[in-house]
Design a protein around this ligand. Structure first.
Ligand code: GUN
Length: 294
């Protein structure tokens, strides 16, 4: 049996530790950490994600300011709201849930968030810092969560052949950059234009899949002893929630594997809390949160 990388369990432990930490700060007279969450429109999946994020904030004592805007909100209105939050001393961190409606320029919106409050690490300044290996960076929540999960289970990443499937700005690209830092490990990034996906995946020591296609990775595509991280969250017609990896068959060959649900998803939310508390700590003169030292 492979090691099951239990993100649900680790995320719970992280939330408990953060709660204690936040309680210590507030008992010293500091205000609670504060995260502003902006959702534009009524995409059902985004509404669920935002609800989960706010519930997790509540649990650890992070105040979440919820700004829910109608679908046809003009871009200028969104930029005006972000500008106000940038200048609000009582707001530590800002999250704009993606995807945004088509009439809004996503990159323009992300770039308008103050880089110090960019809890997702999507601002070009943070992306550039990650790419150049600078320390004072905010690492995007999903790659950070995956990194923390691998380290918790003592998965060795040094010199391993890493394959990342999916090249999104949210997961694939920042995940690759994390492994490239300090020349930790060589990384192959695959995407929809990769001609022969199996050619890459079958050589992976560590395989990270973030595409959104059920059963994209089958057991013939991996080697024995692989470490598999499945970022996919797909709802099947019968209501089941599955990842991008054929878990039942791939697990027979894996050294370690994340389940779906209960793997990466809870770690993404936990990392959002870690990043928020880390920004808050630095604002009040404390060092960044140790869990962000990746
Ligand atoms: N949409 C899907 N994943 C994410 C995420 O990590 N952050 C934001 N802001 N939007 C998302």
């Amino acid at each position: 049996m492979p090691i099951i990388l239990d993100g649900k369990k680790l995320a719970k432990k992280i939330r408990e530790e953060l709660k204690k930490e936040v309680d210590e700060f507030t008992s010293k007279g500091l205000r609670n950490p504060t995260l502003a969450v902006i959702l534009v429109g009524n995409d059902p999946a985004s509404e669920v994600y935002v609800k989960n994020k706010r519930k997790a904030c509540d649990e650890v004592g992070i105040k979440s300011l919820y700004i829910h805007l109608v679908e046809d909100t003009p871009e200028e209105e969104l930029l005006r709201i972000i500008n106000k939050l940038n200048n609000d001393e009582d707001v530590d961190a800002i999250l704009v849930q993606l995807p945004l409606p088509k009439h809004i320029n996503t990159q323009k919106v992300i770039s308008s968030i103050s880089p110090e409050k960019d809890v997702d690490g999507f601002h070009p300044e943070n992306v550039g810092k990650l790419a150049t290996g600078m320390k004072d960076v905010i690492v995007p929540c999903t790659p950070l969560g995956i990194w923390i999960l691998l380290k918790e289970y003592n998965i060795d990443t040094f010199k391993k052949d890493v394959v990342v499937v999916g090249a999104s700005n949210i997961v694939g690209k920042p995940m690759s950059l994390l492994f490239l830092r300090n020349e930790e490990a060589p990384v192959s990034v695959c995407h929809r234009n990769t001609k022969d996906l199996k050619h890459y995946t079958q050589n992976a020591d560590i395989l990270i899949v973030a595409v959104g296609k059920p059963n994209l990775i089958t057991s013939d595509m991996v080697k024995n002893g692989v470490v598999v991280v499945d970022v996919g969250i797909n709802r099947l017609e019968d209501g089941r929630l599955v990842g991008d990896v054929d878990f039942e068959n791939v697990k027979e060959k894996a050294f370690a594997i994340t389940p779906v649900p209960g793997g990466v998803g809870p770690m993404t939310v936990a990392s959002l809390l870690v990043n928020t508390v880390s920004i808050y700590r630095q604002k009040f003169g404390y060092p960044k949160h140790p869990l962000t030292e990746v």
